[in-house]
Design a protein. Structure first.
Ligand SMILES: [Zn+2]
Length: 423
């Protein structure tokens, strides 16, 4: 029994009014229920949430029966944010904003219960790699994970987390980070896939470092490419699991030892529209109900499949990224960033890519591992882009600096004309 670790989290719960410890306890057991039992709980929670929303929020009272077919977009919430408050919810409401990768963040409200679930879901993903409550964790992240005001500083101290900024990733920063991670005997690294990959590349380039205390690495917030997974596990000599969360939608998913991403279906109810976009009903946020919310993510759902890990939570299939990562050409043809993921993923020389476009031109930036390869080697990719999309100019740049995002996540696609893409 890990008494000290438990005590840290009980103190967090007491100070913040959360219930992380009890929620985590419930999820630890619940994850091994059989799939049918979990679907029953999920359906029951959905019926209750919809009933609650219809009775207590102006927005859902208005659309009434359409609640089962309508799609909730960020724009609808932005136009009338007040109409989503439940007038029967009496607990504390916490104001939150989504990350601004589309340039237009969404403000919504959440609850202590939903916050507790978010943290319990993250910790559940850490536990798949042997993490025990209260152990040292290194966060490699930008603002969407790590806030640096006093309240959060105290919170991270109690969580036993050290934050390493994903904004600062030149070689000397990375060297300092790695020395600290080793010295503080971090048990787990949790961070953006591309940022953790930068640490891995540094180690692979500059010679091995041993991390005898490290149990594993969990990446989050971005797509983890096979190339990056290999880099990270080779450099740190531990297993790498991916974690995915979309907090406003109540989605929390974690990878098990068998490479499957299980999502916690008792906290969210997922449906797909005809184009495969994920619509989520958040089952844990009673203060600001969001039903059939357009998440901007695309992935398939493998509901009936069982996993050798014996978890009953359903499995998310191939993750196709965020729909805000879209290229729109002069004929208004929309290409998803997944198109480029698939295009480049089998080329072992391509480490990373970014596509920048505006109404006149498209520029494909490739980070490649071999400086001696001639540019012509990569030109056939531009031919494929030309065949699929119409612009006046096409350009390919090799090992040219990427444009960074405000929150230090890697951006796969950037609309440089700054015209907001409305969904
Ligand atoms: Zn599994």
């Amino acid at each position: 029994m890990n008494i000290l670790g438990q005590a840290r989290f009980r103190l967090i719960d007491r100070l913040r009014g959360t219930t992380i410890v009890s929620t985590l306890k419930r999820l630890r057991k619940e994850q091994f229920l059989n799939p049918a039992a979990l679907v029953t709980i999920s359906n029951k929670n959905r019926v209750q949430l919809i009933e609650h929303a219809l009775m207590s929020t102006p927005y859902y009272r208005n659309i009434n029966k359409d609640v089962h077919s309508s799609v909730l977009t960020k724009d609808i919430i932005r136009k009338n944010p007040e109409s989503f408050f439940s007038n029967t919810y009496v607990g504390k409401k916490i104001r939150k904003g989504t990350g601004g990768s589309t340039g237009a963040p969404l403000v919504y409200y959440t609850t202590n219960e939903a916050q507790s679930f978010m943290w319990a879901g993250i910790i559940l993903s850490w536990e798949t790699l042997g993490y025990k409550l209260g152990e040292k964790v290194a966060f490699v992240a930008g603002t969407s994970l790590a806030k640096n005001d006093l309240q959060h500083t105290v919170f991270y101290r109690l969580l036993n987390v050290t934050v390493y900024s994903a904004y600062h990733l030149n070689d000397s920063d990375i060297k300092t980070y790695l020395i600290q991670i080793k010295k503080t005997r971090a048990r787990l690294i949790y961070g953006y896939a591309t940022a953790v990959n930068s640490l891995a590349e540094y180690i692979l380039k500059n010679g091995p470092i041993q991390f005898p205390d490290l149990r594993g690495i969990v990446t989050t917030a971005e797509i983890l490419s096979d190339k990056h997974r290999d880099n990270i596990s080779q450099a740190f000599n531990v297993k790498v699991h991916n974690q995915y969360g979309c907090n406003e939608a109540g989605i929390s998913a974690f990878e098990c030892d068998f490479g499957n991403m299980h999502y916690i279906n008792t906290a969210t109810s997922l449906a797909l529209d005809s184009e495969g976009n994920v619509l989520a009903t958040n089952l844990v946020n009673k203060a600001y109900p969001m039903i059939r919310y357009f998440t901007g993510d695309k992935f398939s759902l493998l509901e009936g499949e069982s996993c050798p890990c014996k978890r009953g939570y359903p499995i998310m299939g191939s993750f196709m990224g965020r729909t805000c990562d879209m290229v729109i050409d002069q004929r208004n043809k929309v290409m998803h960033s997944a198109f480029f993921n698939i295009l480049f993923r089998d080329d072992k020389h391509i480490e990373q890519f970014q596509v920048q476009f505006n109404k006149n031109e498209i520029v494909v930036l490739l980070e490649v591992d071999d400086q001696t390869l001639p540019e012509e080697y990569f030109m056939h990719y531009l031919d494929i882009v030309k065949k699929n999309m119409q612009f006046d100019h096409y350009d390919l740049k090799i090992n040219y600096p990427f444009l960074p995002a405000e929150n230090a996540k890697h951006r796969y696609v950037i609309n440089t004309s700054n015209e907001a893409i409305t969904l």
